[in-house]
Design a protein around this ligand. Structure first.
Ligand SMILES: Cc1cc2nc3c(=O)[nH]c(=O)nc-3n(C[C@H](O)[C@H](O)[C@H](O)COP(=O)(O)O)c2cc1C
Length: 363
């Protein structure tokens, strides 16, 4: 066996830009709905600290704006109190030797009126209602709100919100970087996708126009925090949240997006792969390789990784870092367990989004 075997690589340090990760294992972003009043708290600090042996932790989706809070009890990063909460969490992860990127998730039209804090408004590229139900603490499951279509002024101010949030998180909370959530049918993905974006101006229509909002936002955020602190998550052929999972220009769209992100010089692209396990249809093309070739920089991917062998397969397929989601919920010491080949505990999905510590910090 070569000394450069992938077996070695998975648990060896990896340089992601200026960051030295202690392994290639990334804790995937996971909404856990413990942020009462949308403010990160000590319970969340305990949860993340318990998992800080991951090579890199990517936070749960966090809203850059009062308009972006679609779910109950998801955290924000747009008030001083929220930034303070993130600072405490980041410091604890860092003192345990971990690295931390915060995922900025503006939900756009994936939202129930009950979940929007005072002063917020549900906006999206077009006034297109999303099928499906949204959980609320007040009424249980309710339909999504039909959003108001964003004006050009809304577009500029939403982009500014991403940039401001990113700046405060890096400069004041000390996070290692920002991941833009442009996957799974949330605001950025709503611009990319032809089912949720029916605009006829320069932000809608052909693939270059549909990619404009995402590219401009990435540029703005890179401008304030540095391009080497910006990653992005995308989900080609994804089916979550009532987006079209396949359409004529999907390969052109993601090739173009990857090329433009390469020009900006962002740190990584994180490709969601929910085929097989999370109800997504199979990829119709080798889109992950297409994105990798057009981007040229580090790629994180994964999906249903439950063992060292599964993780190594992702590296053998030519990707750089492996994301793991659900196993991190029920195995805070996942990296050690994978290394030792120990059996993994299964998480309890009924407690994924509850408000308490059960099913959160007690595994
Ligand atoms: C409870 C839960 C919450 C999630 N929340 C997010 C999120 O906030 N942002 C995101 O990009 N993906 C989210 N995901 C998707 C995961 O990041 C990941 O892609 C998915 O769990 C598949 O990976 P796995 O098979 O390793 O679990 C979530 C998944 C779960 C199970």
């Amino acid at each position: 066996m070569s000394i450069f075997s992938t077996d070695k690589a998975l648990f060896e340090p990896f340089e992601l830009g200026d960051l030295k990760l202690n392994s290639r294992i990334v804790m995937a972003p996971m909404t856990r709905s413990r942020a009462i009043n949308n403010v990160p708290n000590d319970l969340m600090a305990e949860y993340y600290t318990q998992r800080s042996s991951a090579g890199l932790i990517i936070s749960e989706g966090t809203s850059p704006s009062v308009n972006g809070i679609g779910y109950p009890r998801i955290p924000g990063a747009y008030t001083p109190e929220q930034i303070e909460g993130w600072k405490t969490i980041t410091n604890k992860i860092h003192s345990n030797g971990g690295k931390f990127f915060l995922q900025l998730m503006h939900c756009g039209r994936i939202c129930a009126a009950e979940n929007v804090p005072e002063g917020g408004e549900v906006i999206a590229p077009s006034a297109v209602h999303a099928d499906g139900l949204m959980f609320t603490d007040e009424k249980g499951e309710v339909p999504h709100v039909t959003p108001r279509a964003m004006t050009l002024a809304d577009i500029k101010s939403a982009q500014q919100e991403y940039a401001d949030s990113a700046q405060h998180l890096v400069e004041r909370a000390g996070v290692d970087g920002i991941e833009l959530h442009s996957a799974n049918g949330y605001l950025l993905d709503q611009f990319l996708n032809p089912k949720s974006n029916l605009r006829t101006d320069e932000y809608g229509g052909d693939f270059k126009n549909r990619a404009r909002f995402v590219i401009e936002t990435a540029k703005k955020v890179a401008h304030v925090i540095g391009e080497n602190k910006v990653g992005i998550r995308i989900s080609p052929y994804g089916a979550m949240n009532d987006v079209a999972h396949d359409y004529d220009d999907i390969v052109e769209l993601y090739s173009y997006l990857a090329q433009e992100l390469r020009k900006i010089g962002i740190l990584y692209i994180h490709i969601v792969d929910h085929t097989g396990s999370m109800g997504a249809p199979d990829f119709k093309t080798d889109i992950k390789q297409t994105i990798k070739l057009n981007f040229g920089g580090p790629i994180i991917t994964g999906g249903d990784v439950n063992s060292k062998e599964d993780a190594e397969q992702i590296l053998k397929d030519g990707y750089d870092l492996v994301y793991i989601g659900r196993p991190f919920i029920s195995n805070p010491d996942l990296v050690e367990k994978l290394k030792d080949g120990d059996d993994l505990r299964d998480p309890n999905p009924e407690l994924f989004y509850s408000a308490e510590k059960e099913g959160y910090t007690d595994y």
